[in-house]
Design a binder for this molecule. Structure first.
Ligand code: AR6
Length: 212
């Protein structure tokens, strides 16, 4: 899977005309980020991230695809977890999937969170990405994210992509600064399934991960 650095070299990713001036270009960050278009159920990363709901008992969208490909052992492992709060995540084994672990993250329902308090939707989505990176950091290796909340939960793709890119960059910078970090996240894959999300990431990745 090509990294952001590879995508700049091949010309598949173009530098942004309006990069964030507060963010420094970094090749070490760009070579840790990848884009993949297709089903997350095919990826053999250490962790894959499921867009779950608070019950953790399965559903439609990527959650349905993951449960049906992982097999019934996944639901058996999820039942005793007793659900998960919005903005957080819990980890299981990957069962019949090619990855090793599944991180089940519960993203916000966009309209509901925003109507509770403007900005709550972004806080909750950011908290999902942070919790997933923390859990993946305990395992080391690689993590592939689905576009949390960007399906039936109604989060606009562009806003969701900006939050995902910013939070992952912030987390990786913290990891680089922490010399004592034991298990490291070496690779982050943004797994995109729909063209609206592809367009959003082609816009936001060059702003948050500019070329050197
Ligand atoms: N691989 C990768 N991404 C996928 C796949 C796949 N196989 N299938 C869909 N997507 P959604 P949400 C993308 O609706 O908005 C479920 O019923 C899709 O294009 O799956 O967080 C849960 O049980 C979209 O960009 O999750 C919850 O009840 C992204 O996955 C609720 O939906 C997320 O869309 C969660 O809603």
């Amino acid at each position: 899977i090509p990294t952001v650095s590879d995508l700049y070299t091949s010309g598949e990713l173009s530098p942004s005309s309006s990069p964030d001036p507060s963010l420094q270009p970094s090749n070490s960050l760009n070579s840790k980020i990848s884009l993949f278009k297709g089903s997350i159920t095919t990826l053999a990363t250490t962790c894959i991230v499921n867009a779950a709901n608070e019950s953790l008992l399965g559903g439609g969208g990527v959650d349905g695809a993951i449960h049906s490909a992982a097999g019934p052992g996944l639901l058996r492992e999820c039942r005793p977890l007793h659900g998960c709060r919005t903005g957080s995540a819990k980890i299981t084994k990957a069962h019949a999937l090619p990855s090793t672990h599944i991180i089940h993250a519960v993203g916000p329902i966009y309209i509901r969170a925003k109507s509770q308090r403007p900005g709550l939707e972004a806080d909750l989505l950011r908290s999902c990405y942070k919790t997933c990176m923390d859990l993946a950091g305990q395992k080391g290796g690689s993590i592939a994210f689905s576009c949390l909340s960007a399906g039936v939960y109604g989060y606009p793709s562009g806003e969701a992509a900006e939050i995902a890119c910013r939070e992952v960059r912030r987390w990786l910078e913290d990891q680089e600064a922490d010399e004592e970090a034991e298990n490291k996240v070496e690779r982050v894959v943004f797994c995109l399934f729909e063209n609206k999300d592809v367009r959003a990431y082609l816009e936001w990745l060059p702003k948050i991960f500019p070329p050197e």
